[in-house]
Design a protein around this ligand. Sequence first.
Ligand code: GDG
Length: 738
Amino acid sequence: MAKLIIVSNRLPVKLQEKEGELLYKTSEGGLATGLGSIYKQGDNLWIGWPGMVVEDPEKQQRIADDIRKESMSPVFLTETEIKEFYEGFSNETLWPTFHYFSQYAIYEQQLWETYVEVNQKYCDAVVAQAGPEDTIWVHDYQLLLLPSMLRERLPNSTIGFFQHIPFPSYEIFRLLPWRKELLEGMLGSDLVGFHTYDDMRHFLSSVNRIVGYGSMHGWINTNSRSLLVDSFPMGIDYEKYSSTAALEEVQKREQIYRGNLNAEKVILSIDRLDYSKGIAQRLKAFELFLEKYPQFHERVTLLMLVVPSRDAVEKYKELKEEIDELVGRINGRYSRISWNPIQYFYRSYPLETLSAFYRMADVALVTPMRDGMNLVCKEYIASKSDQKGVLILSEMAGASKELSDALLINPNDINQMVEALNTALTMPEDQQIAHMKNMQESLQRYNIHHWVSMFMDRLSYVKIKQLSLATSYLDDATIQEMNDAYDSASSRLFFLEYDGALVDYRNRPLMARPDDDLMDLLERLSSNKKNRVVVVSSREKATMQDWLGHLNIDIIAEHGVWIKQRGTGWQTMLSLLDDWKKDIRMILDLYVDRTPASFIEEKEYSLVWHYRRVETGLGELRARELVNHLNFIASNSNLQVLDGQMAVEIKAQEINKGKASSYWLSKFPHKFVLAIGDDWGDEDIFKAMPREAYTVKVGNSYSVAKYHVDTCEEARQTLDRLVQTRRQEQSPGALMTG
Ligand code: GDG
């Protein structure tokens, strides 16, 4: 039966060795907490690092056997890998960059290389366990390269990727020296998920600007596949937190702690030690609050838990020192014999204790500078059995997008934080309950099970959609079949689109001149008497004449306005008016004025506005505007607007490449037909072809063509193979003398 394989840097277990005995302790952290409830179902498996360096192969095997019973499989990392891959590239390069602390980021080639190697190690571990039907769900920023590594080894597998931390804006992401490789790594997925819409749009914008793939409603087309990017705000195991909070033992603990704290009101703060969590800023705000509102002295205590994390990394050591100093300073200034304004603990606690703290807290102060989601604030809400309590939440946390009933603050605005504390501590109970109720209802519905099923449903949907969009890849078997059909045919017709199918797109249209190899290929193809080769283009006839006019081929130029049969001159079969051009030209000129680096190409019966060299994003924006504008005008005339590759073209409606191609089909015998095209306009050619024709699209976006190849190079190779296998036909003399 198909299974789900979860892959993350860390397994949800922490391995320790005490006096020769191996101990397995459940690990903290949002991801571990979040997925804890699903990976043990059925044959599901979680692959990751068990949290301890183990070099002895025998011991490694023992660990693998032990945790297999818990549906886990280990990836063992060496001391150096932990240092360079985990502490180094993941936590000192990616983490600060993705949390908008790029001034803390280090860029070291050695760390990057280890990051690549370790991602490869995870890939090997997954490939060793994965069956062809399995779904692989990769998690987080430590494994950004894994989806494309897996795609290479398991091309047909279902791969989802979820990023738990923010995805920064393009302006920040572009600072990374390995930005392109990282994005390409993620693009191996079928579905890429983020917590928020903002993360998603930042990712799409980086993909567009750095890798060059645009997107439509979250779909990215990479030329070889389509994948979806979407947002999935992660929920918590609501039931677990609300039922733990209702336990008698937890209620007893709450009473004991409250008595010990000796404070009327408790403000709670819980985080992993991290500069992104805004712990120092929060302390400063609390200090100012005590200064500004002395009436709360001896009445309010800030209970601050900081869970030790990454303390081998320099920046975290510095942060720990800063927090220690601030707490010392504030307590030194305001403490009384019977009251401490801050109770600070640098350690982690069992769930029941945490739950008692959540119950006890009158206010939860969750003020990260940046946070992908933040689960602590959600757990606080779920633990509030009596619905009393106030959440102060940073608008920089992903959770703020859902929890609009919280007091939302900007963590950089210390005065706003101070006022929010006062508002929270003085909020009437009925208001607290109203807000809490709304938030509880929402979190109950959008819980962790909902999150998992949303992600998995979407992943299945992507797979189905991919199949319905796909044209089959032109594989060796089909090429062989095509060769045989070619071989036995007494007459053959070829429709070959020039730009994008025979020749790659270039910045300037005139730079895409045919190269020697292409000339040679066309000559060889057309020298066979049974072949009739038609090169199809939207280009002007003068250019086509200049470039290909001397060959023994037929040409369709300007979408079919002009045609040239071999051995004859150019002719147009349409008596078209071009008096519309003057008015449209004026509109296009306006767009050139507004869009630096765009330009107009004027053909005899059409006009094209090119935006290939325009700043990414701006060109697309203007093109949308222009298409709308022109469509409005075209609806009352017989003009047609083509939204093409980095160009918008407007032409008379009755002209299209399909109609022109039909002329050849009606006039010349054809026992074998091959049509190759690449873009929107070429669909007309495919549609005009007889059923038995071979129709091939370059690129893998939706098409009526039967087959696709990925590049112009492959299209040329396909033609080359036809000519090569048939060489004997063309030069029988060579055979006789040979
Ligand atoms: C990343 C993203 C995103 C904390 N102290 C103790 C303890 N915890 C548990 C909490 C909570 C988890 O740790 C912390 O989760 P967060 O979401 O706040 O933060 P990260 O670990 O940084 O997680 C984050 C998350 O991934 C999920 O996508 O929300 O933005 O940075 O569950 O309860 N648990 C126990 N004792 C403690 O002392 N048992």
